[in-house]
Every structure is written in C-alpha cells, then in structure tokens.
Design a protein around this ligand. Sequence first.
Ligand code: CAA
Length: 241
Amino acid sequence: MSRVALVTGGTRGIGAAIAKALQAAGYKVAAVYHGNDEAAAKFKTETGIAVFKWDVSSFDACADGVKKVQAELGPVEVLVNNAGITRDAMLHRMKPEQWSAVINTNLGSLFNMTRQVIEGMRAAKFGRIVNISSINGQKGQMGQTNYSAAKAGEIGFTKALAQEGARAGITVNAICPGYINTEMVQAVPKDVLEKNILPLIPIGRLGEPEEIARCVVFLASDDAGLITGSTISANGGQYFA
Ligand code: CAA
C-alpha cells in the first residue's frame, strides 16, 4: 500500500517539486497551500495531486485540515514542513508584523503541523518528518533576522524531535537549501542577486527545486532509517555547516 505524504506550501516552488517527486515515487500526496488559488488549481489539474487550503500558522486550522486529509487519504506517514515566507528588511526598519508573520509561518507551523500527526506516527511505529530549513538559518543573512531566526529554530526543533522519535521509528531531518530558482529568490532585488549572492555560489548557478525534492524522497524512504536529526546542506558549496 502506498504511503501518505503531506507537503505544506506544496503547490508552488520547492514544495511543488517535492509533491511531484513523492507522487512519482509512489506516495499518495496531499499538497497544502494558503494564498494562491490560481497556482493551486493549475497544479492540481497538471498533477492530479490533492490540494488543501489552510493557514499553517494557525494551530486550529492545521488540526481541522489534517483531519480532512486523513479522512480522504489515510494516516499521514510522511510530513514535509516546507511552507515558508520572507518579509525581508533590515532590523532597524522591520515592523512587528514582518517579524511575527515569518516566525509564525516558518517556525510556528512546525509545531502546528507536526503536533497533528506525531501521535499517529508513534502508534504506527513509523514516521518521516522532513523540515525545509535554509542556508540562511545556518549562516544568517542580512535583511533576514526574522527568517534566519525561524530557519535556525527549525534545526533545533529537528534535533529535539529526532531524539523523541527515534525509538518509535520516526526520523526527523532538516534540509537547508541554498538559493534555489523559485519565485522567492526571483523576488530578491536583481542587483543584489547578481552582485551579492550569485558570486558566492561556487557551482556558479542557483539550485533547482527538483534537486531539493530528490533529497526529500531519499529521507522519506525506508532506506534512510539510519538518518535522523541531521541537517543536509544543499547549496552548491556556498556554505559548509
Ligand atoms: N548580501 C550582501 N549584501 C547585501 C545583500 C545580501 N544578500 N542584500 C543587500 N546587500 C547590500 C546592498 O547591495 C547594499 O549595498 P550597497 O549600498 O553597497 O549597494 C546594502 O546591502 C543595502 O541594501 P539596500 O539598498 O537594498 O537596502 P534596503 O534597506 O533597501 O534593503 C535588504 C536591504 C532588505 C537586505 C534588501 O537588499 C534585500 O532584500 N536583500 C536580499 C536579502 C536576501 O538575501 N534574502 C534572501 C531571500 S531568498 C530566501 O530567503 C530563500 C532562502 O532560504 C535562501
């Protein structure tokens, strides 16, 4: 029987590539999105993947949403916490809303989502949780005190939950993508991207979403049972952590 995988932020960018790769690997996939109805509808038509709409920064919305997914597809065995936003600004100009939006969506969602599935995974003695962190959680990034803090927090969450889950057959890992060719990176001012970011990537190019998706498929597989609490850097050599 094919396993059920849930991917947050799963209809665009890295998340869409992850959802498609998991589908191709034989999983029943649920892709959760929040804002862009048009992109989600297109994604659903093109892939046949089930899409669900809720706000992962809300615990109650996650509780309701995961119930719906489980009623439709079955117990979630693979959870990919991918949903993330940026609200870049230097700290001296950052507004409280920019701080809390990023912390609640990028880090709060790990509690809100994982809490809904962890008891089921423990009872089933199997689970795979993959958190999509970032190079900028490892090294810090100017303009991103909010994002870097949230992404570093994801790594701490990963290491703590990995210890809790180990004896219950649950692995918990983080992937730290570098700069990947998605709308999020395309939103960085062009001169900043060309002058300050691209020259720092030794392989000389942005990563592709599919390159992150392949890491997720491996971590989700039975073959990856030994790997837990780890942080995989996938950044073209930009930063070694
Ligand atoms: N690295 C190095 N220098 C940078 C930089 C960066 N990422 N971003 C900005 N700078 C430099 C600028 O070149 C500029 O220097 P000069 O005065 O010498 O030209 C200086 O910092 C000030 O920049 P701005 O004039 O743009 O100042 P601002 O206050 O208008 O905006 C900023 C500052 C918010 C940092 C803006 O430049 C910005 O958005 N930068 C991009 C930040 C970034 O890298 N975000 C990553 C988004 S992608 C992502 O988050 C995905 C992931 O996980 C990797």
